[in-house]
Design a protein around this ligand. Structure first.
Ligand code: SF4
Ligand code: SF4
Length: 438
């Protein structure tokens, strides 16, 4: 199972975005920190889930027909979607094929990588799948939480999967979960990825609350969004949850190494998003977007939910077999969920100097209190704040470079000197043709 993936809207930014879970929460691993395994309790615990053909066909048709954009992006996630075998995805391609005359269709697959084979490699390459592979870092970091059902580590199997992707030249990125211990080893994690030839990395902080008494009684091991806490808000987090300041330090340590050596070579999506926000573009990732609601989830049986973090009965929008997709997306439950992210921002965030990059983070994890005593502050606020404030000078320099039509890689030349960015001769309004980073 992938841990958690920030929902990234790219090609379908103007349309609907749905993450499909064709194997539901079924997974061949049992990662300790996984928040999705316990979704089995919503369906038939212990069962291996598989999206029936009738649901798959209805989803593919309605999803494509609902898009106003020329590009339709399918994202296959889990649980572990490769459990379904290549034949399931061959059927996906077959069902999509009639629509390729009118739309450009892309597919992404998020996998733990352990079941990949040469046959998978050939298939994924042939059909241009973009693969996200979950790998947390070197063996001791990865195996701490990413374990199989017998408690053994999955590192060797994932590395085999990574090598297969590289061998078959499949486009891929690494999704690295940052649990409490991993946050203490930023450079070991980052250098490991570089050494393994990884060019695209996304860091995902692990945050889970322990459930309040009422939720415990219903058998849940993890708390849901605070909005669903009926009686009490338990703010105690799991032992693997990252410590906020340490998450900020983790990103800062990697950023400092990256901005000196790797700009334009290694793409850390968290850094790309920050620059993107700084130059005034809408965030491509929901956690740092102003509003939620643009990325829903379809479960194996066709149930549609508000988002990957809100797969709870209270946020079920309908079912693809009986309900119209655009109508489900337009339900007030969904639109209210979307706008609430912005409208519920605490005053502390509204006054924050780095709001443009942060936007208050994911509502599921807004269970801290602000310095004004308001509830609804993001748990990671001290870490987000530290990180975004730290990199502001670099973001400013890169934005200046871009504004002068220069590549952001120039920022690396400036850092080992007097923290100056040399501008081109046309930049006559800058002092000495230079602009300071600090
Ligand atoms: S850094 Fe903290 S205060 Fe600022 S926007 Fe993010 S969560 Fe809110
Ligand atoms: S609740 Fe909002 S920010 Fe959080 S994962 Fe869902 S869409 Fe993204």
């Amino acid at each position: 199972m992938i841990d958690e993936q920030a929902n990234v809207n790219t090609a379908t930014a103007a349309g609907l975005h749905i993450v499909a879970k064709p194997a539901g929460p079924s997974c061949n691993l049992e990662c300790d920190y996984c928040f999705y395994l316990e979704k089995q309790s919503l369906y038939d615990p212990g069962k291996n889930f598989r999206m029936p053909d009738v649901v798959l066909a209805a989803f593919i048709r309605s999803y494509i027909e609902a898009q106003p954009t020329p590009v339709v992006e399918f994202v296959w996630q889990g649980g572990e979607p490769t459990l379904l075998g290549i034949d399931f995805f061959e059927r996906v391609i077959e069902l999509q094929r009639p629509f390729t005359r009118i739309k450009t269709i892309t597919n992404s697959l998020q996998t733990n990588g352990t079941l990949l084979t040469d046959a998978w490699g050939r298939f994924l390459k042939q059909h241009n799948f973009m693969v996200g592979i979950s790998l947390d870092g070197p063996r001791e970091v990865h195996d701490r939480y990413r374990r199989n059902r017998h408690g053994g580590g999955s590192f060797d199997a994932v590395m085999r999967g990574l090598k297969l992707l590289q061998k078959h030249a499949v486009e891929y990125n690494v999704m690295a979960s940052v649990a409490r211990e991993a946050a203490k080893q930023p450079l070991e994690v980052y250098r490991f990825f570089k050494q393994e030839g990884v060019e695209f990395i996304q860091f995902v902080p692990i945050i889970e609350r322990l459930p309040a008494t009422a939720e415990q009684q219903s058998g849940l091991k993890l708390a849901g969004p605070s909005a669903l806490d009926r009686h009490e808000l338990n703010t105690e987090v799991t032992p693997w949850t990252v410590i906020p300041e340490e998450y900020g330090d983790f990103l800062i340590a990697i950023y400092e190494e990256w901005v000196r050596n790797d700009v334009g070579k290694t793409f850390v999506m968290n850094f790309e998003w920050a620059l993107n926000a700084w130059i005034g573009n809408p965030s491509p990732v929901c956690i740092h977007a102003k509003q939620c609601g643009r990325s829903m989830v379809i479960e194996h049986n066709g149930d549609l939910f508000a988002c990957d973090h809100y797969v709870y009965p209270q946020y079920r929008l309908g079912n693809i077999l009986g309900d119209d997709l655009p109508a489900m997306a337009a339900r007030s439950l969904q639109t209210g969920f979307g706008t609430n992210k912005e409208s519920a921002l605490p005053g502390w965030c509204r006054e924050c100097e780095v709001l443009v990059a942060c936007q208050g983070g994911c509502p599921k994890h807004r269970f801290a209190q602000s310095h004004y005593g308001e509830s609804g502050l993001h748990y990671l606020c001290p870490g987000y704040n530290k990180f975004f404030r730290h990199i502001r000078k670099y973001l400013h320099a890169m934005a200046t470079l871009l504004g002068h039509g220069m590549p952001v890689t120039e920022v690396m030349k400036a850092i080992d000197g007097p923290l100056l960015v040399r501008l081109g001769p046309e930049a006559t309004n800058e002092k000495n043709g230079r602009t300071a980073i600090d």
